[in-house]
Design a protein around this ligand. Structure first.
Ligand code: FAD
Length: 275
């Protein structure tokens, strides 16, 4: 299908992108990697009047240590997460998760900021950043605000981001090179997750689990986390991974199937992370 006609702007700075967003309001849409936006536009589920392309803004393409966090520019591509020496040493969960997204073409175009902003409950990176207790940095003409990712998502494809706000940075704690795991269950390699579980060992020693495709938003396995904090075994804790979730039904499985799958993946991931 061919999208509805639209105007196209490629601003040279973040400030110029934000000014365009403010000028055009609801009629404007940000383009980053385009791997979610363009299919949606081709299906005519979105018909922006103007597309603001931030995909090549060098200002938004970086990975750097900042205090006890790693700061990642929103337009940083999956491929750059995968090959980052900084992330390999400081937060190795993220490159491991990015490596599982789609195929090489998707990983060379798709961006971390696009994945976070798109708010797809089947996305891999949102659940990983949730497991890490990351922060989403938003900028608009009103200034900058930092939203904990635990408060960012409000539903399927929706978040607290206002139409005139740009995701400019994602911040994650320096969890190091070990103590993580990602178990993604797919029917074919390169597929989206039927269910996936990200495990992160936090700097204070707590174990966090982020769940993919187990509800309308990325979710934490809170009951599993609480059981681990109480000293329960991995088997006991993993058995609780579906508590509080509302997994979807689709051609890949029923909620009952996903409820079982998530306990199996949680057990595997916890064992890997603690090995
Ligand atoms: C064949 C294929 C396979 C895929 N497989 C997977 C997979 O296995 N796992 C997975 O997680 N994803 C998968 N994806 C999706 C891919 O990860 C997308 O790249 C990602 O969801 C969106 O990132 P993007 O940079 O392409 O964003 P875009 O498509 O450019 O934008 C997505 C949405 O976010 C908004 N947006 C983008 N950047 C910003 C910003 N900085 N501030 C505010 N709003 C912004 C856009 O306006 C749009 O609404 C796949 C996509 C394809 C085409």
């Amino acid at each position: 299908m061919i999208p509805v006609g639209f105007d196209y702007e490629r601003p040279q700075t973040v400030d110029a992108a934000i000014a365009l967003l403010a000028e055009h309001g609801d009629g404007a849409t940000v383009l980053a990697g385009g791997h979610s936006l363009l299919p949606v536009m081709k299906l005519r589920l979105a018909a922006p009047e103007i597309v603001i392309d931030i995909g090549r803004l060098a200002e938004l393409n970086y990975i750097r240590v900042d205090g006890d966090e790693v700061a990642i520019g929103a337009a940083t591509r999956y491929r750059d997460l995968v090959i980052s020496d900084v992330l390999a040493a400081e937060c190795a969960l993220l490159p491991a998760v990015a490596r599982t997204v789609g195929d090489p073409q998707v990983r060379h175009r798709g961006t971390l900021g696009g994945a976070i902003a798109h708010a797809d409950p089947a996305g891999d990176l949102p659940a990983a950043v949730l497991a890490l207790d990351g922060t989403v940095v938003l900028r608009s003409p009103r200034g900058e605000r930092k939203v904990p990712i635990t408060e960012f998502y409000t539903g399927v494809f929706s978040s607290v981001k206002e139409p005139d706000e740009l995701v400019v940075e994602i911040r994650v704690p320096r969890t190091g090179a070990t103590g993580w795991a990602y178990e993604k269950f797919t029917r074919r390699s390169n597929d989206w997750a039927i269910v996936a579980v990200a495990v992160a060992t936090m700097p204070d020693g707590a174990t966090h689990l982020g769940l993919v495709n187990m509800g309308g938003t990325p979710l934490r396995a809170s009951a599993t986390e609480a059981a681990l904090a109480e000293g329960k075994s991995i088997e006991e804790a993993a058995a609780l991974a579906a508590e509080g979730t509302e997994p979807p039904t689709d051609s890949h499985g029923t909620p009952e199937y996903r409820n079982h799958l998530v306990t199996v993946l949680a057990k595997r991931a916890l064992k890997t992370a603690s090995a």
